[in-house]
Design a protein around this ligand. Structure first.
Ligand SMILES: *[C@@H]1O[C@H](CO)[C@@H](O)[C@H](O)[C@H]1NC(C)=O
Length: 460
């Protein structure tokens, strides 16, 4: 009797396991998307403006003087606690040195001129004015691969200014080079934000695909990090015949099966991850306490971005404090015991370019809303997350990237993972922190993409 019972239990257990596995692997149907959805003010006009306009970055005197006044007129900042560096957040004594640099030494006009060394444009897509850099390579005989580059929060296309030059310059040993379109996501940088709810990373992906079509690219490659990588992941999922290859420096499978694997893997960390990289996620207790420590901003922006947005819109010191803390920690998560908290891993002018661009365009609220649109507001995002992508994908994992998943989990989403690299240095803002390594990996991934498509010619 006991034997029969235990057989029954075993059968039920196996059956349940199979059903759960089936459900986790189940691929939802691709939702239907309106590819012309209108995000502009009011309703869609009969005639759309499809012009591509030249654009120059200009930090004008009015906005600079106002900014400097506000920084100078700040109230006294509360000093850090005794013996504390950055463990409670931005070290205000250190921040004051940055604010002084921003007002007295940062060269607003010179930095704008530097950014203007690239050709900048704007064009209206689905009702929003989208800003982008389009940089063509100097070449006569090399194959040219069109590459869309997408940044995340709190960045803009500025994040790519070092990498754009590297990617559009022919490189020894490669018979191809890139032409780069580096776009500001809507609501970021110099791109217009929407006044309508629902502009999530799937919808942004559609806008970016339509931008590429406006520019005449029916098929193209993508390089992206952070939220840009989320948008690009969705583009690869929705437009598998248009995205020729996807290079990401924040590879992430958000399929349910991947979350389960990550949890189960914590029981066998040495089997689940190459032991060299196991400490990037395991033990989960340590990983989660790091996530808890650093994700307060995420929760705020995913739920009530407009509330904090008032303070950040009104105070450049507050904006600098907020942005610098996040850029610091994701450049090196182990430096809270220093006054700079990690920000010195980045060039200060690059950091201040980023903050100045947010200030001048008043886009901290419109950009922060992506956390709400991408996580809590719309089930279509999670449906698309659960559909695997067949686009050839290359992943690079820098040491201090916020998240890390081993390849066997990434493959749940990226079923043609053609290349995967993990480095012992670097962080989240790879274009700013380790531009040469990022560019080198994009070139090497280009080879993998061309081989995948059977059109690699430099086989010597
Ligand atoms: C200066 O720049 C700001 C931000 O781009 C803009 O709102 C303002 O109209 C400009 N002012 C002048 C005088 O050009």
């Amino acid at each position: 009797m006991l034997k029969v019972l235990s057989s029954v239990v075993a059968v039920v257990a196996i059956g349940t396991g199979l059903v759960i596995t089936y459900l986790l692997h189940k691929v939802p149907e691709k939702p239907h998307f309106d590819l012309e959805k209108w995000w502009g003010i009011g309703s869609k006009p009969r005639e759309e403006d499809v012009a591509i306009r030249n654009f120059h970055i200009n930090f004008n005197d009015t906005i600079i003087q106002d900014l400097k006044q506000r920084i100078k007129n700040r109230r006294p900042l509360t000093k850090p606690l005794e013996g504390i560096q950055s463990e409670y957040g931005t070290n205000t004594v250190y921040l004051e040195t940055i604010l002084e640099y921003w007002t007295d030494k940062y060269d607003f006009k010179g930095r704008a001129t530097l950014l203007n060394r690239f050709p900048h444009y704007k064009t209206r897509i689905q009702g929003l004015d989208i800003h982008f850099i389009k940089m063509q390579p100097q070449t006569k005989d090399l194959k040219v691969l069109p590459l869309l580059m997408l940044h995340g929060w709190p960045s803009s296309s500025k994040e790519f200014d070092k990498v754009i030059t590297m990617l559009t310059t022919p490189k020894e040993g490669y018979d191809f080079v890139f032409e780069v379109v580096a776009a500001d996501l809507p609501g970021f940088g110099f791109s217009e934000g929407t006044n309508k709810p629902g502009l999530n990373p799937v919808q942004i992906g559609i806008i970016m695909r339509n931008l590429m079509r406006r520019l005449g690219y029916e098929k193209f490659y993508i390089q992206a990090g952070d939220w840009g990588s989320q948008c690009a992941t969705h583009m690869a999922t929705i437009f598998p015949n248009e995205v020729l290859g996807f290079h990401t420096n924040m590879p992430l499978s958000s399929r349910t099966i991947s979350t389960v694997k990550l949890l189960v893997g914590s029981l066998f960390p040495t089997l689940a991850v190459d032991p060299k990289y196991a400490d990037r996620i395991y033990p989960l207790k340590k990983f989660f306490s790091y996530i808890m420590r650093e994700s307060g901003y995420f929760h705020i922006q995913a739920t009530k971005p407009d509330t904090i947005g008032v303070a950040l819109t009104d105070s450049p010191s507050g904006l600098a404090s907020y942005v610098i803390e996040k850029m610091a920690i994701s450049s090196n998560r182990d430096q809270l015991n220093t006054p700079h908290g990690g920000i010195e891993n980045l060039n200060l002018d690059d950091v201040l370019d980023t903050i100045t661009i947010i200030w001048v365009n008043n886009c901290i609220v419109t950009s922060s809303r992506i956390y709400a649109e991408g996580t809590t507001k719309d089930p279509e995002v999670w449906t698309v997350h659960n559909i695997p992508s067949l686009v050839p994908t290359a992943a690079i994992n820098f040491k201090h990237e916020v998240l890390y998943q081993p390849d066997w989990i990434l493959r749940d989403k990226f079923q043609n993972l053609v290349r995967s690299t993990a480095l012992d240095i670097g962080g989240h803002f790879a274009g700013l922190q380790t531009p040469q390594m990022l560019a080198d990996d994009v070139f090497e991934s280009g080879v993998a993409f061309l081989k995948f498509h059977g059109v690699y010619s430099n086989e010597s």
